[in-house]
Design a protein around this ligand. Structure first.
Ligand code: FAD
Length: 279
């Protein structure tokens, strides 16, 4: 019996410049769309800081007939503003969302109240019924603010029970953390798919800084290998491709339902990893 093709999706962040947007729309998207993803997604800056740019990128991709999901969080917005944004997305033919609590923008201190993702999911369902397919975030290595492993799993269940359809994980390089997490989720009664979020390694220094904040662990042996390459960027690139290809292959061979690539708005190395997997 042939295996079902895994679900593939690609994540972008909204570019800061017009030139960046043009490249994303005219070069990156056609190249990645040729790989036949189920959808693209576009992140939403902390506190709603990219409200217009996320909407702009999502609308342009949708106009090209491509399925795309904006990420959304309350940020500092009130219910009316979020409801209007939902209406706009609906009018523009968007039927997918990635619903998040998001993080406090730096400098906001305690001035802003974050709305948990389960509350956002409930709000979207209350305002728009079944229109949107909703994805939420999951953390195989556990969210950095979680009070315990089990509470984080329970809060994920809460988001799915509130009406989300699926989850996408934070990136990870410890494959065991993902499969253990799936088992724990199943034991907690979660029966919706949890897609593996995968971060190709493009810039090791940035990745290692970012990972410290978001609670994703880069295993020691990978750090040591990367450090040994120093400024030899070609070796870093080759090792990164090999490593992430193997990670994806192990995930798919062991039943992960699909992969969400954090593309960092680049065709390479996502395309190379995808091709290596023979999908
Ligand atoms: P929640 O699910 O609300 O959880 C946040 C924390 O609170 C967790 O520690 C959880 O254990 C706890 N918790 C959850 N619900 C409750 C509750 N009801 N009561 C008490 N505690 C609770 N960030 C962005 O700024 N923009 C993006 O576009 C973006 N996209 C992302 C996409 C993916 C696939 C992933 C995995 C992450 C993304 N993030 C993004 C990062 C995310 O916003 C942060 O990790 C954020 O800190 C948590 O968001 P969440 O939706 O997982 O929060």
């Amino acid at each position: 019996m042939s295996r079902q093709r895994p679900r593939i999706s690609f994540e972008y962040f909204p570019p800061k410049t017009e030139q960046g947007k043009e490249k994303l729309i005219n070069e990156t998207t056609p190249a990645l769309n040729a790989l036949n993803p189920e959808f693209f997604s576009v992140t939403y800056g902390a506190g709603g800081s990219t409200r217009d740019t996320t909407l702009g990128v999502v609308s342009t991709i949708r106009e090209a007939g491509i399925d795309v999901a904006p990420h959304l969080s309350f940020g500092g917005d009130d219910e009316d503003t979020v409801a209007k944004l939902l209406d706009t997305y609906r009018e523009r033919g968007i039927n997918r969302l990635v619903a998040l609590r998001g993080d406090m923008p730096s400098g906001m201190g305690g001035a802003m109240q974050l709305v948990y993702a389960n509350q956002l999911v409930a709000f979207i369902r209350e305002r728009t019924g079944d229109h949107f397919n909703i994805e939420v975030a999951a953390y195989p290595e556990i969210h950095p603010e979680a009070t315990s492993y089990d509470s984080d799993v329970q809060y994920l269940k809460g988001k799915l029970d509130a009406g989300a359809n699926r989850a996408i994980t934070q990136y990870f390089y410890n494959v065991e953390s993902y499969f253990y997490f799936l088992d724990q989720c199943a034991a907690a009664g979660i029966d919706k798919p949890i897609y593996a979020g995968i971060m190709p390694i493009t810039n090791y220094a940035n990745l290692s800084r970012f990972s410290r904040n978001c609670g994703a662990e880069i295993p020691r042996w990978i750090c040591k290998r990367m450090e040994s390459y120093g400024n030899d960027l070609e070796s870093v690139r080759k090792f990164g491709i090999e490593l992430v290809t193997q990670l994806c292959q192990t995930l798919l061979d062991n039943g992960a339902p699909g992969i969400h690539f954090y593309t960092m708005n680049q065709v390479e190395p996502t395309q190379e990893i995808y091709n290596n997997l023979g999908l």
